[in-house]
Design a protein around this ligand. Sequence first.
Ligand SMILES: *Cc1c(COP(=O)(O)O)cnc(C)c1O
Length: 395
Amino acid sequence: MSASPPLAVLGQRLAGRQAHGLGRRLVGIGPATGPRVEVQGRSCLLMASNDYLGLSGHPRLIQAAMEASRRWGIGSGASRLAAGTLDGHLELEQAIAEFKGTPAALFFSTGYMTNLGVISSLAGPGDYIVSDQLNHASLIDACRLSRAQVRIYNHGDWQAAESLLEQAPDSGLRLLVSDGVFSMDGDMAPLAELARVARHHQALLVVDEAHATGVWGQSGRGSLEHYGLEYWPELVSIGTFSKALGGAGGFVAAAPEVINTLVQGARSFLYSTAPPPAQVAVAREVLALLEEEPWRRDTLHQLCARLRGNLEQAGLRLLSSAGPIVPVLVGEADQALNLAQALWQEGVYAPAMRPPTVPPGTSRLRLTVNAAHSPEDMDLAAQALRRAAKQVGLL
Ligand SMILES: *Cc1c(COP(=O)(O)O)cnc(C)c1O
């Protein structure tokens, strides 16, 4: 018997996804940095961007990108350890360490690459990782890539995390890994408890602050700051410039021993061309902006409270989250798709989140708030969602 033609095999698999309401497609968003965009010919209020502080169109960041490109060129020319480290990279890493209150930091092209590099170079066979069930895909992939023993605990259950750590082998390194703010549920990890448990059991605590950096804490340092947790040497704090900070690039802030281990062995750092000058300059500038424009964070949290209040009043089912990620629970994937479609018809764009991004049966609309939204936008969004939910029979 001969094998099936490869494209026929792929076609069948794709049809299978489609039949379960799990097909995905790319939708282009019309040119805009603000919250009003064009989606497939319709002018929409965008409620789906992670640019939480509304910084991606900031004139100073655009200026920084242009100036850096003129001075240093568009590309960095080589990987960091070859000839790609520019002064700007080192200065940025210094600035990140200062911002996070750690002795050292390292900048990566993306947050995804940061997670892959950090976990897989810190941990290897013989090591032991304890990881939250709802951690971001990049952390899950990183744990697999490390070939360490990985144990998963129920979402947010720090006591379960502790009992897993109690079962750790005596030799080898221990890592406790969690998102600070969870990307799909928008809730916060119990970081004070996780910190205590990690320290008690001699584990490194790795916290991914992708959705918390810029949003939480007195100075926007993230969820650790929100809980009043200061740097200790066994803390590995990860973040990204791609969300609230409006740009692109991941980072890790930690002890020199950790950073040096990454410089020696993080493959996503070593074998990829260094981030380009414009990206580095923007990251540098946005750290200054965070300090100079704290009102963005206050505005954001006021808008979030207003949207949540509106949606609850409308009778929609929200997951208990805080901050700019506002998940409206629907259930089945095709229902979530219908709701997103009806919402788009109402002039609001927020795509449905479905498995495997979220667990089966918990498909949802993931609304996000942005400091560039107006209070009226929050009312408009809630009214539109209410009409859309009625239309598809959810209310
Ligand atoms: C988005 C995200 C990342 C990836 O960051 P990028 O800079 O977009 O690659 C990593 N971790 C979490 C929790 C995220 O939400």
